[in-house]
Design a protein around this ligand. Structure first.
Ligand SMILES: *Cc1c(COP(=O)(O)O)cnc(C)c1O
Length: 483
């Protein structure tokens, strides 16, 4: 049955609210609001009982898929459980209600947190200074590209190119191109690393930087990272670290020690702030001393009297990237997460994330194809190409998983693996849950053998089955209207 919109429910005269008594002097609206803004006719709002409203929204909420209800092994996105204590602290009125225009003097507590978070993130990354303005990883990338551009302009070096490996996330070349750089792609070798010889061939004095994820998007650690960094630096180029995969290396190895000059974090991935659904995120960037002058303003600093203040006096800064200081409450949630775990807890996170991923990989690799037969880090990529002859694609397997109450893995990424299914279990899943996932995946491979139409026509248990994605993109139907 097609679900009714709220506008089709209810009857004239029903009420679903009780308002408290008015405790201010009632005023005529026409004295407060200019005439032209006042409605001529009453709004035609649906009239429902409280129960009708509750049922409607509860039903809708059950259509949501979330980490709190189901397994969400969406590779590269680190859909870990978000501890509820993060939310509780972010709800404190002292944090929630600090207006961004409150004076430095009256916001020392909030500034202390931002300052300490800068120290923590810089330490975790092996960097010198952090700016928490960017609202997402992609914005962090752009910020870094702008800083790198400013750095070379300052040095009067004309560098036009940015190198990315063929396994890179799409935002990497996009950020470089947006900043006016020519993007040069380098192949991966047969172990899934960036190909060192191909890199050597393209690096010259015209290259501004290399953008790299490590572990890369195949879930593999770059085995020659120190050599890669040596190649870049020997020609005066810089190394940018895409921190989306930090969940694999916390408290174990630091991008700064691998030779990276600048990086971003995805607080909404690694540091357990909610993401998905387009909500606010946070993509702080950290850099080493030589890039610090170019960071966005203001920076949070501490003076001799131990008071925190905003430092605007940074003449080489690329200026602002976000209003005020970024998404403060998101930063706060990530801060709580880091403080709750401490350095040893962070190491446990990564060790367990890597262990969980390897457990799945070893149990599943005989049922699918793997392009690189190596231990993985916190995620891995399977290929569903062997099922093509049965008419089944990675997309179909992903859809069938929905029928078993599991969120699909990332599909068709990275681009260099055919029929890719990229799986990231995260450290927060139990062995029982991992075993259940393995059983379901194996069961689907049996279905493909015996009753492939079951998989091709999936999902059948969700409120809607296969959507016409082309139609949805060309003619989106985003709001309800009469008739
Ligand atoms: C998620 C991701 C990004 C982009 O981060 P957003 O916060 O989504 O903008 C960049 N690189 C990789 C490898 C990612 O997984």
């Amino acid at each position: 049955m097609k679900e009714k919109s709220i506008f089709e429910l209810g009857k004239e005269g029903r009420r679903g609210y009780t308002l408290p008594m008015c405790d201010v002097i009632e005023q005529d609206i026409s004295e407060l609001v200019p005439r032209k803004f006042i409605r001529k006719k009453e709004a035609n709002l649906p009239q429902l009982t409280e129960l009708e409203i509750i049922r409607h929204f509860t039903k809708l909420s059950k259509n949501n898929f979330s980490v709190d209800s189901e397994l969400y092994p969406l590779g590269s996105c680190t859909m870990k459980y978000n501890p509820k204590i993060n939310e509780e602290l972010a709800e404190f009125i002292d944090f929630r209600c600090v207006h961004p225009l409150v004076s430095e003097e009256l916001s020392q507590g909030a500034l202390h947190i931002l300052y300490h978070m800068d120290e923590l993130l810089s330490e975790i990354g092996g960097m010198a200074k952090t700016c928490m303005q960017p609202a997402a990883g992609a914005q962090g990338e752009l910020t870094a590209m702008m800083m790198i551009k400013a750095y070379f302009k300052d040095k009067k070096e004309n560098r036009l190119k940015v190198i990315v490996p063929d396994s890179a996330h799409g935002t990497n070349p996009a950020s470089a191109a947006l900043c006016g750089y020519e993007v040069v792609e380098v192949k991966s070798d047969n172990r899934g690393n960036i190909d060192v010889e191909s890199l050597r061939d393209v690096v010259d004095e015209k290259v501004a930087c290399l953008m790299l994820t490590n572990p890369n998007t195949l879930g593999l650690f770059e085995e020659h990272i120190l050599e890669v960094s040596e190649i870049m630096h020997s020609k005066g180029g810089l190394l940018y670290y895409d921190g989306a995969n930090m969940n694999a290396i916390l408290s174990i190895v630091r991008p700064g020690d691998m030779g990276f000059d600048i990086m971003h974090y995805n607080l909404h991935k690694t540091f357990s702030t909610p993401h998905g659904g387009g909500g606010p995120g946070s993509g702080p960037i950290s850099c080493k001393e030589h890039l610090k002058p170019y960071l966005p303003v203001p920076l949070i600093e501490k003076n001799k009297e131990h008071n925190y203040y905003f430092e605007y006096n940074c003449p080489k800064s690329i200026d602002r990237m976000h209003s005020f200081y970024g998404n403060f409450l998101v930063i706060l949630k990530a801060y709580v997460y880091i403080r709750m775990l401490g350095p040893d807890g962070l190491r446990d996170v990564s060790e367990n994330a890597v262990l969980n991923a390897n457990y799945l990989l070893y149990k599943l690799k005989n049922h699918f194809d793997v392009s690189y037969d190596r231990n993985c880090m916190h995620e891995f990529v399977l290929s569903a190409q062997r099922f093509k002859k049965k008419g089944v694609r990675a997309l179909d397997i992903a859809k069938r998983l929905l029928d078993y109450g599991i969120h699909p893995p990332t599909m068709y990424f990275p681009l260099i693996v055919e029929e890719a299914l990229m799986i990231e279990p995260t450290e927060t899943e139990t062995k029982e849950m991992l075993d259940e996932f393995i059983d379901v995946m194996v069961k689907i491979t049996q279905e493909i053998e015996n009753t492939p139409e079951k998989v091709i026509n999936a999902p059948c248990k969700t409120s809607l089955s296969r959507l016409d994605e082309v139609e949805a993109a060309r003619h989106p139907d985003l709001r309800w209207s009469v008739g």
